[in-house]
Ligand binder design. Structure first.
Ligand code: 5RP
Length: 219
């Protein structure tokens, strides 16, 4: 199976975690697109979705799946999303699709985070994939200097503005030994909107697409 087929496999497998009659939190990305397409097959058995991006909202609506605003929701049984990297404790690096802030907001509403990913995303240590950080534009140079002091090289993602109207810094050269500590530290820096480390909102379950089929990791 190629990578896209593995993504489709876990997208379909995630349906087992969707609670009938309830809302489901929906992430963003090519893996989640497969989940949304699979979700359409049970759209009459769910109340609707809370979406983490304009792109996912458009896809959900195109399938006729009702989308509720996050502001109108107090809790979700489950949030399903992909990752750029996931480690063996469920910590993730996310934001390759620039949706990290809304992803963290919707994940925060959910009781359970189900990560769907092909096996290339499983890593020992987060950080080989450039760490995305959404920032207020005027803070970008100072945030970049702070990362340089930690050994990272931050560059603005060219031509990208998030759904919230902000730029993204991608930080290379970090080996993130303690994801929770780094997330907590970067969250304190003025002008940081969201850092793409999901340690506080780590996955409870990962459905990993492998050549042997779907492997379920629980954390
Ligand atoms: C978007 C994300 C995605 O979950 C992440 O980039 C994985 O994407 P894909 O499923 O396309 O590999 O964090 O902001």
């Amino acid at each position: 199976m190629n990578q896209d087929e593995l993504k489709a496999l876990v997208g379909r497998a995630a349906l087992q975690y969707v609670t009938p009659g309830a809302l489901v939190g929906v992430g963003t990305g090519s893996t989640v697109n497969h989940f949304i397409d699979a979700l359409a097959t049970m759209k009459d058995r769910i109340r609707g979705a809370v979406s983490s991006s304009v792109k996912s909202t458009e896809r959900l609506l195109a399938h006729g799946i009702p989308v509720l605003e996050a502001e109108a929701v107090t809790s979700l049984p489950v949030y399903v999303d992909g990752a750029d990297e996931i480690d063996h404790r469920g910590h993730m690096l996310k934001g390759g699709g620039a949706a990290l802030t809304r992803e963290k907001i919707v994940a925060d509403l959910a009781e359970r985070f189900v990560c769907i990913a092909d096996e290339s995303k499983l890593v020992q240590t987060l950080g080989a994939f450039p760490l995305p950080v959404e920032v207020i534009a005027m803070a970008a140079p100072q945030v970049a200097r702070r990362f340089a002091a930690l050994g990272g090289t931050a560059t603005l993602r060219a031509g990208v503005v998030t759904d919230n109207g902000h730029p993204i810094l991608d930080v290379r050269g970090l080996a993130i030994a303690d994801p929770l500590a780094l997330e907590t530290e970067v969250n304190q820096w003025p002008g940081v909107v969201t850092v793409g480390i999901f340690a506080r909102h780590r996955a409870g379950i990962c459905l990993l697409g492998t050549a042997q089929g779907v492997k379920t990791l629980t954390f």
